[in-house]
Design a protein around this ligand. Structure first.
Ligand SMILES: [Zn+2]
Length: 152
């Protein structure tokens, strides 16, 4: 089923229901830079990133993450429940640079270990656009062809 099929269903009057259920394995171990550094440097689970920076080209550049252990959250207000960075443990503050090439290798490893597609996290769909009338629209993930599994 391609993007065109999803539109066809919509025009036929049937609402399109997208099943974007993320695989539990991907939820527990997301294929993110944050997860990569926490595994590589065996960081505690309450060590969180508060600054992401990208340098150079997408393929050959690197990312710099800065984080620290933060256990306090805002109790009230608009930011309720979010980490209170001003109360972070400064002795755990760490800046880590990750070459894109290293991260890509880890992503390949992640896919072979989980059997999932890192792009759609196993649901087989990716975002293709938004319109006022239909809201967010999704189509077949181009990385895995909609299977949700690791591309061969
Ligand atoms: Zn996919």
């Amino acid at each position: 089923m391609g993007h065109a099929d999803l539109y066809a269903q919509r025009w036929n009057g049937e609402p399109v229901v997208y099943d974007r259920t993320i695989s539990p394995a991907a939820e527990a171990r997301p294929p993110s830079l944050e997860q990569y550094v926490s595994e590589k440097y065996t960081l505690p689970s309450d060590w969180k990133v508060f600054r992401w920076q990208a340098h150079g080209e997408k393929e050959t550049g690197f990312s710099t993450l800065t984080g620290a252990v933060v256990t306090e959250t805002y109790k009230t207000g608009k930011r309720k429940g979010l980490p209170k960075w001003s109360a972070r443990d400064k002795s755990t503050e760490l800046q880590i640079s990750i070459p894109q090439t290293d991260f890509k290798l880890w992503i390949q490893q992640w896919e072979s270990e989980t059997g999932l597609c890192h792009q759609c996290l196993g649901c087989g769909l990716e975002w293709v656009g938004w319109s006022k009338r239909d809201g967010c629209r999704y189509g077949k993930c181009r990385n895995c062809g909609g299977s949700g599994t690791r591309p061969a």
